[in-house]
Design a protein around this ligand. Structure first.
Ligand code: ADP
Ligand code: ZN
Length: 704
């Protein structure tokens, strides 16, 4: 098939401008009648690989999927694009099923989604259907090696025998070779062509933080993104509930999700999340399998995951639409200990422990995290990614020999019998009951580490463990023991390189209600609201109407005609017809209101200026205009920058201005005032900072 026909089909029906890696090759392979095995990461774009051929091929495409919950969304998405599709599964009434079976017989449907357990509904009518393609989604479910084994999948091998000349496309995000072979053999695929897409998801940022005050860090994180959907994965059911409650208390729309909750509650939460009615889900790993939501903007791991496979799958639920999305993993020493215990007690303990060790190495990495992840999946990457915390903020090494000596000798003095917290207390000369009970205060080196904080010692000790100078005896109450390498540091003068402790900025202000930030008046938000309203009317998830990518593009491109709108990624013919007018109108209205707002702004500045020129003080203008003093001061600052003659010297002294100037350089030109305010430890008011910045800006304008 020529490239241009495939591209035209892609644009017209799905609205996409270009194929993602491997999509076109896979489609061509199918159209040439070959059996195909497609291995792509979550969010890689597997669906297009069978949905597009389904439109070109003459008959019906059967899509076998284990995820009943997903079928409706996928069919809704297809319908929104004007593609006739249906699903058949046990959630429907017999009547509904009969209706769709009749539609299939009358050739009114291009794609039918079906669970393997329900295939018998089709068996009877197979003879009267033209089947052009069979797609088997989540094909790893066939393999007992894999993690989601589904017995009904093992029966699917008969399909190839029943339809020997119909191509089969098997799709999965599980990469390991044993599973791949299993899929191909059990499905009786004939010389399948195999495509393995890169597992790199460049749009996901990777970050690991020490688990200090996690809840506060999470709240600060969510506060920054009041309308963005996200998932917090927790190890225990209890944590999901506690965290959800804490978030709710301060006004964040969060819910808990775990396998112990009633089925109804679970599916309600899931629906609300998918439909943008619930912003945050605090969940165990039970959540996510059935989630196809393309606009999950962030994923947080409250606890260290058990292994990299699970971790990668979970963060993969963010940013399926390809827009930048954030992931944060909290690492705590306590979690590591707990996970070590689980792993060593469970089945296959050696493998589980080794996997946990790799996970820990990832979390403790001192080089590009993405390289580590991808090498785990067998991909070699040369370049650093630039989108992980290590790349953005490379660790600085310093000579940490003295710190190491202090720590190791403390362990030695305590005769290798104490866990990490006691060692830190000992180093810091803590006066707690346990120390006194053991009379540790009488030992040499007690308190030699008073100069460092508890948090810093914790980090340095973990580094020393990772460097191999000491180790945790997991089977003996987590005592810290020295390894033979410690001797070299203690007695033979070996030097130790440590990295500076990552500073985490926790907003120290009290947690207040989370108020919607002033994002409300962007075009994106306007369009998001419109999308939400339409989704409610049509009873489909919002992202089915338009993806976040499409809305972002509309925000930057401002399309105001059909021709301009169809150029947006994700706008195909059907969506243009259905939603074109209403979105274009919203964009035009937005433009109009902005320009009238500008006019209004100009008049409000002018009024302030006139009163100021009449000799009124800022306070007097504020009273007269019934506006806040801060507003008037910001008017004056703006008028000053715009070139009006206004004496600002009484608002901020020369000394203050030069301080602000220095801070500006030190803080690397922050966009907001808060960093300055914090920098001056609240000693210089916001108004002064505002004025100071205006003076500095004016100076620059003159220089240029
Ligand atoms: P997977 O099943 O591999 O997890 P999906 O098929 O659900 O991935 O696709 C993930 C997202 O990417 C969806 O929102 C889909 O609409 C979008 N997508 C797929 N192919 C393209 C493409 N060629 N261009 C732009 N977006 C695409
Ligand atoms: Zn990196």
């Amino acid at each position: 098939m020529t490239t241009s026909i495939l591209h035209a089909t892609l644009k017209e029906n799905f609205g996409f401008e270009k194929f993602r890696p491997n999509q076109e090759d896979i489609i061509n392979c199918i159209l040439n009648g070959h059996d195909t095995l497609a291995i792509m990461p979550t969010g890689g774009g597997k669906s297009i690989c069978f949905q597009l051929p389904a439109l070109i091929l003459p008959g019906i495409t059967i899509v076998i999927s284990p995820l009943i919950a997903l079928m409706k969304d996928q069919v809704d998405s297809l319908k929104a694009n004007g593609i006739p599709a249906c699903f058949i599964n046990s959630s429907q009434t017999e009547e509904e099923r009969q209706f769709y079976i009749e539609s299939l017989k009358s050739n009114l449907i291009k794609l039918v989604y079906i669970a393997p357990e329900s295939l018998s509904y089709l068996d009877n009518i197979f003879n009267s259907l033209t089947i052009s393609l069979i797609a088997i989604d989540e094909a790893h479910c066939i393999s007992a090696w894999g993690h989601d084994f589904r017995p009904a999948y093992t029966n699917l091998g008969y399909l190839k025998k029943r339809f020997p000349s119909t191509p089969i496309l098997a799709l999965t995000a599980t990469a390991d070779k044993a599973t791949r072979k299993d899929i191909s053999e059990q499905l009786n695929l004939i010389n399948p062509k195999t495509f393995v897409a890169s597992f790199d998801r460049k749009n996901l940022s990777l970050e690991v933080r020490p688990a200090l005050d996690r809840v506060k860090q999470i709240i600060d994180f969510i506060k920054e993104k009041p309308n963005e959907s996200g998932i917090v994965y927790c190890l225990s059911r209890k944590t999901t509930e506690e965290l959800a409650e804490k978030l709710q208390k301060i006004g964040i729309n969060a819910k808990a999700y775990h396998a112990g909750l009633d089925n109804k509650i679970r599916s309600k939460t899931q629906d609300e999340f998918i439909n943008d009615d619930c912003q945050v889900v605090c969940a165990t790993i039970a959540f996510g399998m059935g989630i196809d939501k393309s606009n999950v903007r962030w994923v947080i791991h409250y606890n260290l995951p058990k292994n990299i496979e699970g971790y990668y799958q979970e963060i993969g639920r963010a940013g399926r639409d390809g827009l930048p999305s954030e992931t944060v993993l909290f690492e705590s020493y306590g979690d590591v200990i707990q996970l070590q215990k689980f792993a060593s007690q469970g089945l296959n303990s050696e493998v589980q422990l080794a996997k946990l060790e790799r996970m820990k190495q990832y979390a403790d990495a001192l080089s590009c995290r993405r390289k580590i992840l991808l090498s785990y999946f067998g991909e070699l990457v040369i370049e650093n990614c630039g989108n992980c915390d290590i790349c953005k903020n490379p660790p600085a090494f310093f000579n940490g020999t003295i710190i190491a000596q202090k720590a190791l000798s403390a362990i030695f003095r305590l005769q290798e019998t104490e866990p990490l917290p006691v060692i830190i207390d000992f180093l810091r000369g803590s006066k707690n009951a346990y120390i006194f009970e053991k009379e540790y205060q009488n030992l040499k080196t007690y308190g030699i580490g008073i100069d460092l904080s508890w948090f810093d010692w914790n980090q340095y000790l973990i580094q020393l463990i990772n460097l191999g100078y000491c180790e945790i005896a997991f089977h003996q109450q987590n005592k810290i023991r020295l390894t033979p390498f410690a001797k070299k540091v203690l007695f033979e003068g070996e030097k130790v390189q440590l990295t500076t402790v990552q500073k985490i900025n926790i907003d120290k202000s009290e947690i207040k209600e989370v108020k919607s930030k002033a994002v409300a008046n962007s075009l994106f938000e306007t369009l998001r609201k419109l999308r939400y309203e339409i989704s409610k009317e049509e009873n489909v998830p919002a992202y089915v109407i338009f993806s976040d990518v499409a809305l972002r593009q509309m925000e930057t491109e401002r399309p105001m005609s059909d021709e301009e709108l169809i150029a947006i990624d994700g706008v195909g013919k059907a969506k243009l017809e259905k939603y074109g007018d209403i979105f274009i109108k919203a964009i035009i209205d937005f433009q109009k209101s902005k320009s009238s707002k500008k006019k209004k702004e100009a008049t409000t500045y002018k009024e302030t200026l006139i009163l100021f020129q009449d000799g009124l003080s800022a306070e007097e203008i504020a009273t007269k205009r019934k506006l806040g003093l801060t507003t008037i001061i910001s008017h004056l600052a703006k008028l000053y920058v715009d070139g009006h003659e206004i004496d600002l010297s009484k608002f901020a002294s020369q000394d203050e201005v030069s301080k602000i100037k220095k801070a500006q350089i030190k803080l690397e030109f922050p966009a907001t005032l808060k960093p300055y305010f914090d920098f001056f430890e609240e000693q210089i008011s916001y108004d002064k900072i505002r004025i100071g910045l205006a003076i500095i800006e004016k100076e620059k304008n003159i220089l240029i």
